[in-house]
Ligand binder design. Structure first.
Ligand code: AFP
Length: 322
């Protein structure tokens, strides 16, 4: 089976980017090990603190963030990082050529039930003019990303990644510690009969999403004239992995609980990297008002509504917004 290095070279990734990706993945392998130790290492449960998002941090959120931060700061390749768990950008090496944004442990509430969790990341060039502690350099649309992906800590530890030359899935071979290419050139089916949304928020959705989901639920008895199935992992990384493996549509739409938080998912750490992966696999990723990858961020912790997945199903969903 092909190794990650060979695939990255084949896709034309520059050497320094390959070295950065390998460094980042070394941190993810350590997170994978810590996660698998679970209760044996006393890493489950919550801390007493809240993160900048106002969420209670799990111990593994803090551990994963620290592992990634320490590894990337020492690498020399990175000028600054932004993390879902850090209020401000973290300056790294003044001469670093890259910026890395990450959600160190997406879906961390799933640690309590030994279910899917993962690390999501995206990488952009660091502008020459920027100071390492300047957040404005992170305010670039997703179209500027040079690489994005996630590591899924499940029954197998898997990596999905793109450098803009297709989306590939790798599996960590724990016998020698390498990521091996197990699903090259993912192609999403354009149609699907599987959708993913937290239906408990239904009363807060806008009218177009209400109508779209109502028609999905009507199934063969409604205008869609076929039955749909629903899945919800409560970790975007798990839901998007399923979409990459067999198609589907995943939504965390705008809801009117708090107008300052249009949707739950973070643009830099969740929506953009997943949009890059899904688009490179032939799917679509939209906010309901436009392409996610073209949203110009106004602040690093910005949230966006997210509609993402199989091309024709996303188009059908968006048609309710017109
Ligand atoms: P946590 O990382 O705080 O567990 O949140 C996960 C997440 O950001 C995303 O991965 C899920 O799709 C979504 O939140 C789940 O949200 P619900 O609480 O609505 O299930």
């Amino acid at each position: 089976m092909k190794r990650l290095n060979s695939q990255l070279q084949q896709d034309g990734a520059p050497l320094e980017l390959i070295l950065l990706i390998r460094t980042l993945l070394a941190a993810c392998k350590e997170i994978s090990f810590r996660v698998s130790q679970g209760a044996l290492a006393g890493v489950l449960g919550s801390t007493l603190s809240e993160n900048v998002q106002g969420e209670t941090q799990k111990k593994l959120d803090v551990i994963s963030n620290q592992i990634l931060k320490d590894t990337l700061r020492e690498s020399g390749y990175v000028k600054a990082i932004s993390s879902e768990e850090e209020e401000d950008v973290v300056p790294c090496s003044p001469d670093g050529n890259y910026l890395v944004s990450f959600d160190p442990l997406d879906g961390s509430s799933n640690t309590e039930i030994n279910s899917l969790i993962g690390t999501i990341f995206s990488i952009t060039h660091a502008p020459q003019w920027m100071e390492a502690d300047d957040p404005s350099a992170f305010l670039q649309p997703g179209t500027q990303s040079v690489a994005a992906g996630y590591v899924l800590y499940g029954p197998s530890t898997m990596l999905a990644m793109t450098t803009g030359k297709g989306t590939h899935i790798y599996t960590l071979d724990k016998t020698h510690g390498g990521f091996l290419l197990t699903k090259p050139n993912i192609e999403l089916p354009t149609q699907t009969s599987e959708f993913s949304i937290n239906a408990s928020n239904q009363r807060h959705w806008e009218d177009p999403m209400q109508r779209y989901v109502a028609d999905l639920i009507l199934g063969a008895d409604g205008p869609r004239e076929k039955d749909f199935n629903m899945r919800w992992v409560a970790a975007m990384v798990g839901d998007i992995h399923r979409v990459l493996c067999r198609g589907g549509i995943f939504m965390y739409p705008f809801d009117n609980r708090n107008p300052e938080k249009p949707g739950k998912l973070r643009l830099l750490y969740e929506a953009n990297p997943m949009a890059f992966l899904v688009e490179q696999a032939g799917g679509l990723a939209d906010t309901g008002e436009g392409r996610i990858m073209e949203v110009m961020p106004t602040e690093i912790h910005q949230r966006v509504p997210t509609i993402i997945g199989s091309k024709e199903e996303v188009e059908t969903c968006l048609s309710y917004y017109k």
